[in-house]
Design a protein around this ligand. Sequence first.
Ligand code: ATR
Length: 277
Amino acid sequence: MDRYAVIGNPIAHSKSPQIHTAFARQTGQQLRYEALLAPLDGFADTVARFRAEGGRGLNVTVPFKLEAFALADRHTARAQAAGAVNTLAFGADGILGDNTDGAGLVRDLEANLGCALGGRHILLLGAGGATRGVLLPLLAGRPASLTIANRSVGKAEALAALFAAHADGSALAACGFDALAGRRFDLVINATSASLADELPPLPPGLYTAGALAYDMMYGRGHTRFMQAALADGAARVADGLGMLVEQAAESFALWRGVRPDSAPVLAALRRQLDAG
Ligand code: ATR
């Protein structure tokens, strides 16, 4: 049976085995998908062992996405732009590195949430790896503007400069949180890691246009703190990142197997599980 895995540290709580096993059952693909714990100083060795044992591909999660980028022999354009890899495919001609996070986010926004990006004003909060990973697919949706806001303004400015050539008619800009006062957006995406410390980015009030969507890349039981704050500030709709998790997995599955699974029932089952605690 073809073997795949998600590799990370820690890894025990990853939902990827459940998601990919459901995709395989649904599409009739014969494969086994497991969770692989790599020592913090042993990523490349663990990958090499898995490959030598017949592994066909890996999903890569924290903290190894940069090492996975370095390990790949070839990269897709979106992995190149992200500077990080969340999907490895082993072939006779070497290791292909892809990054499906941004495509997963865009698919969740457009297909699942009915939020078309074209012509919209988008605010992206944060300027770390999560933001860099989604910039190319977001810009490909041709928004009217995409503003990157970050606590350390220099990091946001560096990302805006790095992606300027991909803006393709979208107004791409960077600023600090204070500079958002008086501005409104149709879509606000939280790509900061603030919620890991149970914090919120310090946003000025009145950020949302009528009908605006607030999207948190994090997820959990019920609304995240960011979603609660967004609703209080007038966002019409909120969503968490569970859909992005399932959609990035679907993109990886399609890359490996050449078959696109139906994400809807898998997302619904995960949501029921999460809500049941
Ligand atoms: P990731 O790969 O998850 O993006 P990262 O590269 O460490 O992680 O980036 C974390 C992002 O969250 C950064 O943009 C960080 O802001 P700084 O660049 O100013 O450090 C942002 N962040 C983390 N904690 C935050 C907080 N409490 N408020 C606002 N932004 C925060």
